[in-house]
Design a protein around this ligand. Structure first.
Ligand code: FE2
Length: 304
């Protein structure tokens, strides 16, 4: 092949396609974007070479992606769900926020995070009505990697109900039920009251549900609380705390469970423990989040 031919966009064989696409993208101005797109094309082309898709399989794959997009609404994000069930979200989170430097490990944001949660004072409840469920008292501290408290950190929390539904999925729950944010005090402490969340199935009404059924995978997540912790000068922590006695703890459909994110949901009988006045058995959960120095950013909510 002549050098002139090689510089053109005329395809000669399978290998030339990859080379030509890389050349076509070579003027990408943003160097980081160029690096990402080059890696994407390199590995996606390698996948196509390995899998040797038929024309029909390629069309099916494209239509699947189209259906994933069409399934999205203001209150449901099928794209995030797909990234979650394929392990993409957890892999990105582990790569960016591993616990190797003593900070708390991250976990995927998930498809149910909403911006604009209510602000509560420390100790208040995030339960907005008489949603039935076992009381849980959550307390924790936000620390830096020297174990010094971070005051005025914003701790945004959200969870499913004992029925396994987030408020935006459930017409029986008030707007923003079981969602709220707090600011840590001078000791880095936050605490609040809620009801114990249940595990739940991820939404299976769309193409991601079809995928799980084809793969004979269950759709369940173990019971957990979601946290986003934001503090000036620190890398934002997106994480979850899982109940140590939860079903599906070792088979989370979105692969979110890491050892350091399993919390002890301690049960107390009436008249015992730190809240003896509670008139029914209740739980306590204590959790510490360690933040590393870095940029304070806020995640983009996947739903409104
Ligand atoms: Fe969740």
């Amino acid at each position: 092949m002549s050098r002139l031919m090689r510089r053109s966009s005329i395809v000669t064989d399978a290998a030339s396609v990859t080379e030509i696409v890389h050349a076509a993208m070579s003027n990408t101005v943003n160097p980081r974007l160029k690096e990402i797109l080059n890696a994407l094309v390199k590995h996606a082309h390698a996948f196509l070479n390995e899998a040797k898709l038929t024309d029909e399989e390629f069309e099916q794959g494209l239509d699947f992606i189209r259906q994933v997009g069409l399934t999205c609404t203001d209150s449901h994000n099928e794209v995030v769900l797909l990234a979650d069930v394929l392990g993409f979200s957890t892999l990105v989170k582990v790569l960016n926020n591993s616990a190797h430097d003593e900070r708390t490990g991250g976990a995927l944001l998930g498809p149910f995070y909403r911006g604009g949660s209510p602000r509560y004072e420390l100790g208040e409840s995030i339960v907005q009505d008489d949603t039935p469920g076992s009381p849980i008292f959550v307390s924790g501290r936000i620390l830096d990697t020297r174990r010094e408290p971070i005051c005025n950190a914003k701790v945004d929390v959200w969870q499913a109900s004992p029925a396994g539904l987030y408020e935006n999925q459930d017409p029986h729950q008030p707007e923003m039920n079981l969602r709220g944010h707090f600011l840590t005090d001078e000791h880095g402490v936050f605490n609040f009251r809620s009801i114990r969340p249940s595990g739940y199935p991820v939404p299976t009404h769309g193409p991601v549900g079809d995928l799980l059924r084809i793969q004979k995978r269950h759709p369940y997540r173990p019971a957990h609380l979601h946290f986003v912790v934001v503090a000036d000068g620190y890398s934002t922590l997106i994480s979850q705390i899982f109940a140590d006695d939860a079903e599906y703890l070792d088979s989370d459909v979105v692969f979110g469970v890491t050892r350091d994110l399993v919390g002890q949901f301690e049960r107390h009988e009436v008249g015992t423990g730190p809240h003896p006045g509670v008139k029914e058995p209740y739980y306590t959960l204590d959790c510490t989040f360690v933040l590393a120095k870095g940029d304070s950013t806020f995640p983009t909510p996947p739903i409104k």
